[in-house]
Design a protein around this ligand. Sequence first.
Ligand code: FAD
Length: 455
Amino acid sequence: RPAVVWFRDDLRIADNPALHAAAESGRPVICVFVWDEETPDLRSPGAASRWWLHHSLAALAESLQGIGASLTLLRGASESTMAHLLTETDAAAVFWNRRYGGVERRIDEAVKTAARDAGLEATSFGANLLFEPWTIRTGQGTAFSVYTPFWRACLAAPSPRKPGPAPRSLRAGSLPSGFGTVELDDLGLLPTHPDWAGGLREAWIPGEKAAHDQLRSFLADDLAAYKKERDVPGVDGTSRLSPRLRWGELSPHQVWHATNERRDHSTAEGASTFQAELGWREFAYHTLFEHPDIATVNIHREYDSFPWPRLHPSALRAWQKGRTGVPLVDAGMRELWTTGVMHNRVRMVTASFLIKNLLIDWRHGEQWFWDTLVDADPANNPFNWQWVAGSGADAAPYFRVFNPELQREKFDGRGDYVRRWVPEWDTGEYPEPIVDLKETRQAALAAYDAVKRSR
Ligand code: FAD
């Protein structure tokens, strides 16, 4: 009787505890990915993420083939599809690595209960976070709502486990004949008409192998200067590992320990700063665990009374297309559209501009990022949007409005970044801003007063 491994946000064969458990069981192994557009309220990946997922699944299938297994693709509601698979294959065990969103946890709980009721072994593993959310608690036993003490508590907790290797070989389990599998192309994850993914193809090679190459070259070339350069969008100073971590092509454990192995007197500062950024990812996930509605509901509920003016679709469109007349904002939005990512500093500036100069509800921006980022992440994206909006955990105070012109002067003084994405910027063809930065800032602060009064 086979063991089933259910892949989700962990598209790798190395340091994959669920796959490892299946290999150790000595049973034939069935590896499966379920494309679920049917479970109500389960957030489906956006268009750029689907592009990534397609290629990452292709790479995973190839890696599995290399160790004697194959990747089965199924389509349908996760709970019933998994139940059907486990029954029809007469599986003895099912293994997976945990997810932390609300709907995802409910699905996993239901599959686990049904499998155990049917006499199967059903085990889940912590694989995609350095610290499980329920292990990092305040003295009162509650979740942290402020980053600095949170990260201090993480660093005082037992160190993240060492990553494990990929299984050397597996015995592939088989499906009954006529079982309804689908081909990768049938999932329709790639754009067709029009094919807008040219920029993504140029910028990225999804998959576990490329992820390791990228980690190695970041640590060798950029770790030492990371602290200094991470905030400069015109410099390639960050790891660009976010889609790798989002899709689990790399585990945070692999990144953590590889960073430690590179630690010496010249890299120590960069290594600690970089690991603290991984800490923000942990904090975002722990916050998601506490606030499963993070993508739609303000963490600080007093922001529910924020008097958002009527939406001007043309302003939202100008922002999405990078045509606001504000150079750093336009550069960021065009980088996002072309490459599927945006530098962190510029994400903060473009988000602040949408919320506090265009006075557009953060949820519209979060949704656009969700659709266009290849690293669009169920925790990091809404967490950071709420952070900029002021409504989130340990958020920037609302009255801190980024001035996009000062930010450009400070972080892109020579204009390298802006010129790369907005070549018409200093040609005289570039338009005036669609809003007055000073006036809109005042309007945002006045609206914020309404929130304060409602407290
Ligand atoms: P590095 O500087 O090399 O950092 C290493 C890793 O640490 C990143 O890959 C990421 O996993 C993590 N990290 C870094 N900064 C943050 C942060 N502020 N919050 C959480 N984790 C962080 N990140 C996403 O992964 N997915 C998103 O959907 C996402 N949406 C964002 C939306 C907004 C409005 C903002 C302001 C930030 C968002 N971020 C998101 C966080 C951050 O911008 C990206 O993680 C970072 O730019 C990725 O580049 P990098 O891998 O080169 O980062």
